[in-house]
Write a new protein. Structure first.
Length: 104
């Protein structure tokens, strides 16, 4: 596998700034959040928040996809340890999807 060149995760939404997706002290992305003054701005705020969740999940999604690819190539060990590795990979994939969708 190639070395990652992106800022390592975890990436989290910083609600105190209302606009930042951060990895520790480093800003990874800025997403505009609008006040709910009009219906258009409310929709924009919901879409922008969804975008922030998706951006913050990027490192988790990448890791989960790599695990899924290894799983389909049968790189996991056989036997109980392989079953554990497979179960952990599925859990990581589901957690990454939930994070991308803004679910707890």
């Amino acid at each position: 596998m190639t070395e990652n060149k992106h800022t390592p995760g975890p990436w989290v939404i910083d609600r105190s700034l209302r606009t930042a997706v951060n990895a520790g002290p480093k800003h990874v992305a800025m997403v505009n959040f609008y006040n709910s003054i009009s219906e258009t701005e409310r929709i924009d705020a919901e879409e922008n928040e969804a975008n922030a969740h998706l951006i913050s999940a990027a490192p988790d999604l990448l890791s989960a996809l790599k695990d899924a690819m290894r799983s389909t190539r049968k790189d996991f060990e056989s036997g109980p340890d392989g079953d554990r590795q497979h179960t952990e990979a599925w859990a990581e994939q589901f957690a990454a999807i939930a994070k991308a969708e803004g679910k707890p």
